[in-house]
Design a protein around this ligand. Structure first.
Ligand code: 5GP
Ligand code: ZN
Length: 137
């Protein structure tokens, strides 16, 4: 048996409350429920994080993300919805099987992500962008 908790959920070896399933993805309720209606969309195949996704898998995940987001909006009428996805411990990832959070949001709901902007000069943006462009494949 896999020691990955989300592989076990996908394999129906441990229970989860499923909202949607297709060939590539499984959407199920996050056990922690930051707000009511908090759903995780996981890739069925094991990938530790975003860096392990093939293009078709990335497309499949985002198709499910958008579809389930519309259903959460219609079911819970939140004031907003955050899409959150962590890669690596430093980014806050705790389950190392790729997944995306869909979190209904409300004013002053206590979910805070600090956003320490640096507002660098335009030349810095050009420098950063050039580094990234060089690595695109
Ligand atoms: P991460 O921090 O990796 O982005 O999020 C992992 C999420 O998985 C957490 O929000 C946590 O509540 C959820 N989680 C962890 N274990 C289980 C589980 O066994 N079942 C379900 N449904 N969610 C889980
Ligand atoms: Zn896994």
């Amino acid at each position: 048996m896999s020691d990955c908790v989300f592989c076990r959920i996908v394999g129906k070896q441990i229970p989860a409350t499923v909202v949607q399933e297709d060939a590539d993805t499984l959407a199920f309720m996050d056990i922690g429920q930051v707000n009511p209606g908090h759903v995780l969309v996981a890739l069925k195949s094991h990938a530790d994080n975003l860096f392990g996704l093939q293009d078709a898998q990335a497309a499949a995940v985002f198709r499910t993300v958008a579809r389930v987001a519309r259903a959460i909006r219609d079911a819970f009428a939140p004031q907003g919805l955050s899409v959150y996805q962590a890669n690596g411990k430093a980014a806050g990832q705790t389950v190392f099987h790729f997944h995306v959070h869909l979190i209904p949001r409300h004013e002053n709901d206590g979910m805070n992500l600090t956003w320490p902007v640096k507002n660098p000069a335009r030349e810095k943006l050009e420098e950063y962008a050039a580094k990234i462009r060089q690595k695109l494949r």
